[in-house]
Design a binder for this molecule. Structure first.
Ligand code: ARG
Length: 562
């Protein structure tokens, strides 16, 4: 589908004598600040040289030559040429095509035949699922849904943090201070307490660190007792994480955590040795990178234990063999930027050409009172509590607004989680987000519930006046045009969100669309029995399709009633 800019570009191109090419024209076109100035504006400055005339004169002269079936009229405005589209002409193509496509509206073809793997969520076992992991989960899941919409096969990978020296520390702490029954009762809470205690006591007792390292080495060497405790911690943690994923309706295709790569490490080290890439530095084995700004990548510690990076190298090779990915995305906080540069750098040194198609997709932090939330210091907000609180507040709200609502519980779940997810996704992913339950749960303003509510409201109109056998013919009011223009943009917004790897593009677009529809709703009597009723209902139906599909791509469901 050609966008309005494309239509305008074509008509300007044919009014010119080759002074500018289509791409340049397209990139120059602007959107006027106010609707009454036109739908789009073309500035004539860059034609002045070629045409040897002042921009104002050019605008006068050219505006008489710009024509097209979708163009109602053009108007010179100083050095600009403003265009007014023939809205019914455009609406007559776009609205029926949305209704015919239904939920498939906006699907793209860029990804057909390609596979993208997304490393997302990846919480650390025996620790609470933090707000940081929330960001990875919701951004990753939305990118996966958007990729699928573009035709890709998306593979969601949960690279669980289930290996590393911290498990040696935890085993040590458990042996010293742990009580089996307490851990059974409240696994994550108890293990987390043990973890914090370990770090507090280690500040004054240096032997603890040593014991922790030893316990991890034993774990790596397969000492049975250590493996037993670790497996128990892992199982209990997974159960707790599953509750959260169920609440958010996120599913994974691959649960291979760091431990899975334990027996695949030898291969990586052998490859590095074969290509003479390993160097010894202070007793440890490292790979020096071509980019001299980067610190060398640590592969093996002096005691022989492998590291986070080593496991990521093994994981990348495994994933290429297993999934033959065309793109690999790592949705991980920006504090790990150097780590991923190192990992990709080592893979390139190993000669893997596919390493060029790997991308770290970083994001900012959740802040609390302007400060970083840290697991170690205990300044951490528990996602499960946040979600449950959001759901119960949503339930209260629904009870007050719509006491008779059927399946109110499901709706509350959709609205509560939708509020939390949207609050995250509407932000450019690199921005830090100040954690505020209040803002998340505000059911007015730029929030998920606002869009869900707009969708339900539109749906209610269709329930009152079913759309069967109605047809779009024409609309004479002014406010529908803003809505129609936005609906047209949906496919473009989806592909832009994917190109920028930022669901916020889509989230912001949904806010605009919901706002413009609510304005329309407030001004026009949609259900009035006149000759345009069918056209208005078609428009409403198109809004329902775009809002619910748009929310779905953010991982948020859109209840029919609220
Ligand atoms: N578990 C890690 C953490 O919480 C994130 C893992 C990201 N994925 C990866 N392949 N390194 O910091």
């Amino acid at each position: 589908m050609i966008d309005l800019k494309g239509i305008y570009t074509e008509s300007i191109l044919s009014a010119l004598n080759g002074e500018l090419d289509a791409q340049t024209i397209y990139s120059l076109i602007e959107t006027p600040k106010h609707q009454h100035l036109g739908d789009l504006a073309f500035p004539c400055f860059s034609l002045a040289k070629a045409m040897k005339k002042a921009p104002i004169e050019i605008a006068e002269h050219l505006s008489q030559k710009i024509k097209g079936p979708e163009i109602d009229h053009v108007q010179p405005a100083g050095p600009y040429i403003n265009v007014f589209f023939s809205k019914n002409e455009i609406a007559r193509t776009i609205i029926p095509s949305i209704l015919t496509a239904g939920a498939a509206f906006g699907s793209g073809e860029d990804g057909i035949g390609k596979t993208v793997v997304l490393d997302m969520s990846s919480p650390n076992i025996a620790k609470p699922f933090s707000m940081g992991h929330l960001r990875s989960t919701v951004i990753g899941n939305s990118l996966a849904l958007i990729a699928e919409k573009m035709g890709y096969k998306a593979v969601r990978l949960n690279h669980l943090g289930d290996w590393g020296t911290q498990f040696g520390k935890l085993i040590t702490a458990y042996r010293k201070w742990g009580v089996e029954e307490d851990v059974q009762e409240n696994p994550i809470g108890e293990l987390f307490k043990l973890y914090i205690r370990f770090h507090q006591e280690a500040e004054t007792d240096p032997i603890l660190e040593e014991e922790g390292r030893k316990a991890f080495k034993e774990l790596e060497d397969g000492v049975e007792e250590n493996i037993r405790i670790w497996t128990w911690f892992r199982d209990e943690s997974l159960k707790a994480f599953m509750t959260i994923y169920d609440l958010m309706n996120v599913k994974f295709d691959d649960w291979n955590g760091e431990a899975f790569y334990n027996d695949k490490m030898g291969e990586v080290i052998a490859l590095l040795e074969e290509q003479k890439l390993l160097e010894t530095s202070e007793g440890a084995e490292v790979v020096r990178l071509d980019d001299k700004q980067l610190p060398p990548c640590l592969i093996k510690k002096s005691d022989g234990a492998t590291l986070y990076a080593t496991r990521d190298l093994a994981a990348a090779i495994y994933r290429q063999q297993e999934y033959h990915f065309d793109e690999a995305l790592y949705i991980v906080g920006q504090e790990q930027t150097i780590h991923f540069k190192q990992v990709f750098g080592v893979l390139k040194k190993l000669g893997f050409s596919w390493a060029d198609h790997m991308k770290h997709v970083p994001f900012g932090l959740y802040l609390k009172d302007g400060k970083k939330m840290s697991t170690r210091k205990g300044r951490v907000i528990l996602l499960e509590e946040v979600l449950n609180e959001a759901i119960s507040l949503a339930a209260n709200n629904i009870k007050a607004k719509n006491p008779g609502l059927q399946n109110a519980e499901d709706v509350a779940k959709a609205v509560g989680t939708g509020a939390v997810l949207f609050h995250d996704l509407k932000n450019d992913r690199m921005n830090n987000i100040e954690f505020s339950l209040e803002d998340m749960l505000a059911f007015e303003g730029e929030t998920g519930p606002y869009i869900q509510y707009t969708h339900a409201r539109a749906n209610t109109l269709l329930r009152k006046s079913p759309i069967e056998d109605v047809e779009f013919t024409s609309l004479s009011d002014e406010d529908s045009w803003e809505v129609i223009k936005l609906l047209r943009l949906f496919p473009e917004m989806i592909s832009k969100a994917y190109t920028q790897l930022s669901p916020s593009v889509l989230a912001k677009y949904l806010i605009d669309t919901a706002q413009s529809f609510n304005k329309y709703y407030g001004k026009v009597r949609i259900l009035e029995q006149d000759s345009e009723l069918g056209s208005r209902l078609s428009l409403v139906q198109a809004v329902v399709i775009v809002l619910s599909e748009g929310l779905r791509l953010l991982g948020i469901s859109a209840p029919d009633q609220m």
